[in-house]
Design a protein around this ligand. Structure first.
Ligand code: 9D3
Length: 229
């Protein structure tokens, strides 16, 4: 997979992309992630990327021209059309099903914004899908783009060291995980549940399943009754 990111802050992506799974996936050639600075596509001496909103109101709006020029520069370098994704608070809520869907694409092109928002013609003109990562206010689209990249790349075949991990996750969807414990058996008086030390794998599996149901019921009832979400 190839992922292009259009952003005013390419440096923000460097650390997340240089660690762990995202680092390994790039080293192994599973994903190629390229950052493009929208400001490099300005044509005026001030390198202006935002302007006042027509109709008045607070804040500034991301201008069309630098984003379209950056987009067209990337498009002509490669014939495969990307799925174009605009990170915006107005977008479809990102979830694991959308991450799975995106992981099937050959190319993604993510656009992260700053200021009050994008000129509406960026979304329509570039035929972009709009994605939000949740109902809270971020300072820009960069962290949202990184969330999407992380969730998508770890679903690519062979991105995870241990091939079993994604298989196991896939049948776990819809329920929270069971509680995990490792050594020591007693940490400051907090003990590991006896059942996990019993060696009875049938009983352990039963206990874990019941823990998953109980935790889901108390902590995420919306997963069991999505109509109440
Ligand atoms: C004060 C006006 N804000 C309305 C809530 C407008 C606003 C514009 C731009 C608020 C935040 C942002 C920057 N956020 C994003 O670019 C963003 C985002 C987010 O804030 N939350 C969840 N997902 C996303 S994806 C992009």
């Amino acid at each position: 997979m190839r992922i292009d990111v259009l952003t005013l802050f390419p440096e923000m992506f460097e650390s997340p992309l240089s660690h762990s799974i995202l680092k390994r996936a790039q080293e192994r050639g599973i994903v190629d992630i390229a950052l493009t600075n929208i400001r490099d596509f300005t044509t005026d001496s001030y390198k202006k990327v935002d302007d006042k909103p027509y109709g008045g109101g607070p804040g500034m709006v991301m201008m069309c021209a630098p984003v379209f020029d950056a987009f067209e520069h990337l498009r002509q370098a490669c014939p495969t059309p990307p799925r174009v994704i605009l990170l915006t608070p107005q977008g479809r809520k990102f979830d694991q099903a959308l991450a799975r869907d995106l992981s099937g694409a050959e190319r993604l092109l993510l656009i992260a914004g700053r200021y009050e928002g994008f000129d509406e013609r960026i979304g329509t003109g570039l035929e972009a899908e709009q994605i939000s990562i949740g109902d809270y206010v971020l300072s820009g689209g960069e962290l949202a783009a990184m969330v999407v990249i992380d969730a998508v790349v770890r679903l690519l075949p062979e991105a995870l060291g241990d091939a079993a991990s994604t298989t196991e996750e896939s049948f776990s969807e819809g329920l929270l995980e069971y509680p995990h414990y490792t050594r020591p058996e007693d940490f400051r008086g907090m003990k590991v549940p006896e059942i996990l030390l019993s060696g009875d794998h049938g009983k352990i599996a039963q206990w874990r399943h019941q823990q998953r149901l109980e935790r889901t019921r108390t902590q995420r009832p919306d997963l069991l009754s999505p109509e109440n979400a």
